[in-house]
Write a new protein. Structure first.
Length: 128
């Protein structure tokens, strides 16, 4: 009887730990750019985050880079991008890629990812 209680207890603890991990927020996934330096944007900008790599679209060009994240700190390595010219999106594209390379802090809240240069200085905002 005592043995079955121990086994049942182990299964309950394992299920709780598994559920907690499944509910943790993660950077990994597909994100859509919705704000750039406090301005709403609808350029088709995207960000795919997976296993220390980012890639995506500025709405005109594709890009990729590697990054490291520890706690809420993030460092994006130099971004490589294609070089098509899109006159109507050039300024936003330059600002998006420059912001990616300068972010140092991120925060996740549900389906929203915000990246900052320093806490409180919102550079980029994405939604899932």
């Amino acid at each position: 009887m005592a043995f079955s209680r121990v086994v049942l207890g182990i299964f309950c603890i394992a299920a709780a730990v598994s559920t907690a991990r499944a509910g943790e927020a993660t950077l990994d996934g597909d994100w859509k750019l919705v704000r750039l330096q406090d301005q709403a944007v609808d350029t088709g900008g995207t960000l795919l985050v997976k296993d220390g790599h980012i890639s995506g679209s500025t709405g005109c060009n594709r890009f990729r880079a590697t990054f490291t994240a520890t706690g809420a700190a993030i460092k994006v390595d130099p971004v490589a991008a294609t070089k098509m010219y899109c006159q109507d999106r050039a300024m936003v594209e330059r600002a998006y890629l420059a912001a990616l390379e300068t972010v140092t802090v991120f925060e996740l809240a549900g389906d929203t990812l915000v990246m900052h240069y320093q806490p409180g200085d919102k550079l980029l905002e994405f939604v899932r």
